[in-house]
Design a binder for this molecule. Structure first.
Ligand code: UT7
Length: 330
């Protein structure tokens, strides 16, 4: 039995935060943000919306489009770095409850921006081993809850949102997820880090005073590793599957920075029309960025059943991953 990408869904909160809005919050400009990142807008969850609320909305769409009953889903995996609670119950358990799905495997994974591709890898293994039949995978983030809105180098980058997919079964190779590759290098752990609140620096007045509960990033260093790693990773997965960029219908990279996507796309000879770009609209939504991008391309009518997607991601850990998957929503 092969694993198949059966459906996609996404949810975007309604509150927009434009570059012009940031000009009033920190010392920055619309021009700087656009030039250095390609970002023009991002969406921010309401105060009373948790990550599971965003995930629930995306999951509902993905389940409906799959044609499955809720009772047919036998596992829920949520990739997030902004869980509803630190550190239990898992956000996946909360989502399961909201969806009215009980007595199924449900857990979160923490692989930052690479979380959705990591979840895809696990779902593929579950399905192909026969352990599960229909796995709901979700990338969901309320990054606004860990963004420091006094720190101009990071706050302009991130937005909130969620994307979800159903990974089911097929016996046809042309409908399947061909390959998923995930990897990590913990020696770069301080490039993207939320230092406070965990067992190293448990929540305390000192953590709050030093603003350690917020995300910190070595942007420049991360940028360089991202371009090199993503390029190498895509070359590897294409070579391993005897393919070139010409075999791919859509290259769907993690939406962190237009300049990273552009550099990787050029090195790999992807024509611009094959590169999926949503960073201008949503900013960086971490684990939600790839499924939100897939959903955008589907809803705009560009992504069709049978198309071969090449996913490519990179994030905190450092983690990275790529996947070759046919889009098989019927
Ligand atoms: O999703 C996880 C993976 N994340 C990434 O891949 C992010 C990778 N990094 C990046 O995307 C970029 O490094 C940033 C967008 C974060 C920064 O762009 P950069 O071109 O690397 O800028 P920089 O950090 O080298 O800063 C250049 C200048 C600095 O001023 P000086 O020292 O040259 O006077 C910064 O202080 O830009 C300044 N700066 C800003 N100016 C206006 C930094 N942030 C801002 C800002 N507005 N928001």
């Amino acid at each position: 039995m092969l694993a198949s990408f059966k459906s996609i869904g996404a949810y975007t909160p309604s509150r927009a935060l434009t570059n012009k809005d940031f000009e009033k919050i920190v010392d920055t400009s619309d021009e700087w943000i656009k030039q250095r990142t390609g970002i023009e807008n991002r969406y921010i969850a309401a105060d009373d919306q948790s990550t599971s609320d965003l995930a629930y909305e995306a999951a509902k769409v993905a389940i409906e489009r799959s044609g499955l009953e809720h009772s047919e889903i036998d596992a829920i995996i949520c990739a997030t770095i902004t869980p509803d609670f630190f550190c239990m119950p898992s956000t996946a358990c909360v989502i399961a409850d909201k969806l009215g799905i009980s007595h199924v495997t449900a857990f979160d994974i923490s692989a930052a921006c690479s979380g959705f591709v990591y979840a895809l890898n696990i779902a593929k293994a579950f399905v192909e081993s026969g352990i599960k039949k229909n796995v709901l995978i979700i990338g969901a983030e309320k990054l606004s809850s860990i963004v420091d809105y006094q720190e101009r180098t990071t706050c302009i980058l991130f937005g909130d949102g969620a994307g979800a997919a159903i990974i089911g079964t097929t016996d046809k190779k042309e409908e399947s997820i061909l390959d998923v590759h995930t990897s990590a290098d913990g020696s770069f752990q301080d490039f993207l880090i939320t230092p406070g609140g965990g067992s190293t620096n448990p929540c305390s007045q000192k953590v709050l005073d030093e603003r350690l509960q917020f995300m910190k990033m070595k942007g420049n260093e991360t940028f360089k590793v991202a371009v090199n790693t993503l390029t190498k990773d895509v070359k590897n997965i294409l070579e391993k599957n005897n393919m070139t960029s010409e075999d791919i219908d859509f290259f769907i990279p993690h939406q962190a920075n237009f300049r990273i996507i552009d550099a990787v796309g050029k090195k790999l000879n992807f024509p611009t029309e094959k590169i999926v770009l949503t960073v201008a609209k949503y900013g960086n939504t971490s684990a939600a960025s790839i499924p939100m991008a897939i959903n955008d391309w589907y809803e705009s009518g560009k992504l069709k059943t049978g198309n071969l997607m090449l996913l490519d991601t990179f994030g905190g850990g450092l983690t990275w991953g790529s996947a070759l998957a046919h889009f098989n929503q019927k």
